[in-house]
Design a protein around this ligand. Structure first.
Ligand code: CUA
Length: 155
């Protein structure tokens, strides 16, 4: 079979484009991962005791920054209270040990879904002293309406 010169050029161009397209697709999938961008890390929800969530609580990172690792569950959060001085920025890392919950602080822009198997992260700076209530606004069962924790911001 004799291929015309232009046919060869177009055939090469076509295969080249296909290879390039697949390569871009592969790199893009690798770069962005398989999960939505808010899910920065995975965690084994069946074995939280073997993870950084074994002892949930507050760690001070520097003068005015804290990290709060919290576990959401039916129907509450562990720990159920954290206390920080006013002006603190808190990086929240929250996971669920069972079903989907949320971590919502009314009156702020903190409102994230808490999915088992993922470390869900957000941060907030608490400038005003007071007692902040954290609530769950993803229906998670019969005790959903009682699911809450407190953030005490001291003057
Ligand atoms: Cu947890 Cu609703």
């Amino acid at each position: 079979m004799h291929l015309h010169k232009y046919e060869k050029i177009w055939l090469t161009f076509g295969i080249g484009s296909l290879v390039l397209f697949l390569a871009v697709l592969g790199v893009a999938a690798f770069a962005f991962g398989q999960q939505p961008p808010s899910h920065m890390a995975s965690v084994d929800s069946q074995n939280l005791e073997d993870t950084v969530f074994a002892e949930p609580g507050l760690d001070q990172i520097n003068e005015d920054t804290y990290r709060a690792r919290l576990v959401a569950m039916t129907y509450g959060y562990s720990p159920d209270t954290i206390e920080i001085p006013a002006g603190s920025t808190v990086i929240f890392e929250v996971t669920s040990q069972d079903v989907v919950h949320s971590f919502t602080i009314p009156g702020t822009n903190v409102n994230m879904m808490i999915t088992p198997g993922h470390v869900n992260m957000t941060e907030h700076t608490f400038t005003e002293p007071g007692e902040y209530l954290v609530i769950c606004n993803e229906y998670c069962g019969t005790g959903h309406h009682y699911m809450q924790m407190k953030i005490e911001v001291t003057p």
